[in-house]
Design a protein around this ligand. Sequence first.
Ligand SMILES: Nc1ncnc2c1ncn2[C@@H]1O[C@H](COP(=O)(O)OP(=O)(O)OP(=O)(O)O)[C@@H](O)[C@H]1O
Ligand SMILES: [Mg+2]
Length: 349
Amino acid sequence: MFAFLRRRKQRKIEAEAAEEAASIESASGESDEAETPEEGQSPLTAVVAVRVDSTDTVPEQDGIEEKPAEAPSLNVETLVSPNVRVEPENLQKTESQVCRVIAVANQKGGVGKTTTAVSLASAVAESGHKVLLLDIDPQANATSGIGLDHRSAPGIYEVLVDGLSLTHAVMSTVQEGLLAVPSSIDLAGAEIELVTAMSRETKLKMAVNEVRPFFDYVFIDCPPSLGLLTLNGLTASDELVIPVQCEFYALEGVSKLRETVDLVKTNLNPGLEISGVLLTMYDGRAKLTEQVANEVRKSFAGNVFETVVNRNVRLAEAPSHGLPINKYQPKSSGALAYRAVAKELIGRA
Ligand SMILES: Nc1ncnc2c1ncn2[C@@H]1O[C@H](COP(=O)(O)OP(=O)(O)OP(=O)(O)O)[C@@H](O)[C@H]1O
Ligand SMILES: [Mg+2]
């Protein structure tokens, strides 16, 4: 009883305070203050901030449970808030109606697959295209490298194993025009869980085909193996980019990758083409680097990107900030190199 009276008194005080605040606000003419961007903040950021604020809860009423207000609608065109799940109805069809799906693969570890997938996806999006980045590596390096928190949302595991539509696993990133689907360590179990599944090699292809109308480019960051996950990546793709590190064992394993590509072409995906080998971690001062580059160019005649990606410490630092290189250090040699690779790739259509 006393608690009830206390609550009523408290509400009366709050109502008076709110009335007073409203009269001060209208007198100072600042009622739309939230719409005005803060210094250094873009107007788009302000719009998103205002919309997100609208999730405030409805004030408690006697006998009525506290309910969240209606969820804010997120428009992909204007979305600048990263790490937010994008509702399927907010995905918009592209004008080009041509989607290039590109796997970034090489079963050799640490050659720059993830750095290439993230940097290239972001550079292509920066040049005005609609891009999706798919992380199909259980290490989830592309996921963290692009600043996504995979624990907060479903990802590629749920798509491959539980049959979730890819449209329900898409998240926004710091780069406008670039959306991403996260991976997680759970994916390590997927290779085993999928062994007995029907059409186990074409699961990703089915999922990717569903999102083709919404993107100009889809990049797939593959794990360092030729297992079921990479097989799914190659089967879902139209093209393949092979990063090759300029070191002594560079071509080791590349012949195995070529064999796998041929097998995939014969049995699962006749349209798959190698769109380019990319020389990474290039050190112009080392004689060995030059020899390796020449050997690769001979082996993949006409199929090697003109641009080489030099060793650049900024590229190694960027993932720890959860930013693609074009956002972390836009003028670094790494950012410039990947912009040039993006230009070559777009021109190779
Ligand atoms: N051009 C570069 N200059 C300097 N460091 C680089 C460059 N490219 C990649 N790195 C660094 O080298 C390491 C391996 O790169 P990355 O993770 O991209 O390779 P990966 O092929 O995806 O590896 P994995 O096979 O484990 O998936 C990372 O620490 C990355 O930051
Ligand atoms: Mg990787």
